[in-house]
Design a protein around this ligand. Structure first.
Ligand code: TYM
Length: 352
């Protein structure tokens, strides 16, 4: 049965990239899938161990989910650390995955920097915990931004290796399901997850540098639009966004070699939920002096109600904590059923 899982880290402010690349798509998937959306607090320890306000960051991401329109009654919203099975399955996947796989991850290389020996072991094992998040619910579809693509490929590799290495024990316990991997039909316990990436907003870039992605960790606040920015701040940041002197082209091909222009067109498309082609149909031949104010207005109209709703929801801490607690209970029941199977497949003795 199809199931959607995705996660967001509770570190720093959410920005337009998180919203357009991920959260907005989470909302859209709710109508057609059962969805589990997780605030991945254990992941936030990998780059930085001590946080002043991890509790409030966790609540704030939760409020952003709810304010954007995720329904915590029809679907599941919770924070990862409440369901200890995530850490348990991650340990098992640490023993499935190979060190070489982890060493090849570009996010690890970027975040560890030159002093790799001094990066936390958790930062290296990060994708193993991410695979555990997804496969604990045997999720089939994972909506993410482009930057998570490599981690999802690794999740597929982990699932495939587990299915392969334990194939006889899976079959003996009758726990396998038939699935399609490429042209082949195989039998396995974990599904081979499909990423859902794409559209104009899969990779939103920095407003100051079209070659860098918009990110929570960029030291310049002008590089990103935060979900909590007010209308004036949003307009100012778009006005100051880096561009080139030419007018917008009328065809998408004309954006080649113009990363900043392409990014602003992508943001417009993401906000309006249309394609880049459609944006250029409307704005082809227009100067940035006209396009930027139109983009700013669209951004304000789209984002301001979400920011307002986030503030309203955040004020009711009991409600937010209740959502996470209830979601955690429902997630744990699903997670424990999977772990029961997994322990049995591996041969870890447990009560029947
Ligand atoms: P995180 O917290 O860095 O980002 C959350 C989501 O936002 C997307 N995103 C972007 N999309 C477009 N343009 C951008 N500039 C941009 N920046 C971020 C990310 O791709 C992501 O979808 N490892 C994950 C969290 C995670 C997870 C999971 C995701 C943990 N377990 C299981 C899916 C399934 C991360 O650090 O996302």
């Amino acid at each position: 049965k199809p199931l959607v899982f995705s996660g967001v880290q509770p570190t720093g402010n959410l920005h337009l990239g998180n919203y357009l690349g991920a959260i907005r798509r989470f909302v859209a998937l709710q109508d057609n899938y059962d969805c589990i959306y997780c605030v991945v607090d254990l992941h936030s320890l990998t780059a930085q161990l001590v946080h002043d306000d991890l509790e409030d960051q966790t609540r704030s991401i939760t409020a952003a989910f709810l304010a954007s329109g995720i329904d915590p009654q029809k679907h599941i919203v919770f924070n990862q650390s409440r369901v200890m099975q995530h850490a348990e399955l991650a340990w098992i996947f640490n023993c499935v995955a190979r060190i070489g796989w982890m060493n090849r991850m570009t996010q690890f290389k970027d975040k560890a920097g030159k002093d790799r020996e001094n990066a936390s072991l958790g930062l290296l094992a990060y994708p193993s915990l991410m695979a555990a998040d997804i496969l604990l619910y045997r999720a089939t579809h994972v909506p993410v931004g482009e930057d998570q693509k490599q981690h999802l490929e690794l999740t597929r590799d982990i699932a495939q290796k587990f299915n392969n290495d334990f194939s006889e024990r899976i079959a003996a316990r009758n726990l396998g399901v038939e699935m399609q991997v490429g042209d082949e039909t195989v039998n396995g316990y974990f599904p081979i997850t499909e990423p859902i990436i794409g559209g104009a907003a899969a990779r939103i870039m920095s407003l100051r540098d079209g070659s860098k992605k918009m990110s929570k960790s960029d030291p310049s606040d002008l590089s990103r639009i935060n979900l909590t920015d007010d209308a004036d701040t949003i307009s100012k940041k778009i006005k100051k966004a880096k561009t080139d002197p030419d007018a917008l082209p009328s065809e998408v091909d004309g954006l080649a070699g113009r990363p900043e222009a392409e990014n602003l067109v992508g943001i417009y498309a993401g906000l309006a939920d249309i394609s880049k082609e459609q944006v250029l149909k409307e704005f082809g031949g227009t100067q940035f002096s006209i396009f930027k104010p139109a983009l700013a207005e669209l951004a304000v109209v789209t984002m301001a109600p979400i920011a307002e709703e986030m503030r309203r929801i955040s004020a009711d801490r009991t409600y937010v904590d209740g959502v996470l607690s209830d979601g955690g209970d429902r997630a744990r029941a699903l997670a424990e059923a999977t772990m029961h199977d997994v322990r049995s497949i591996i041969g870890l003795l447990q009560d029947q």
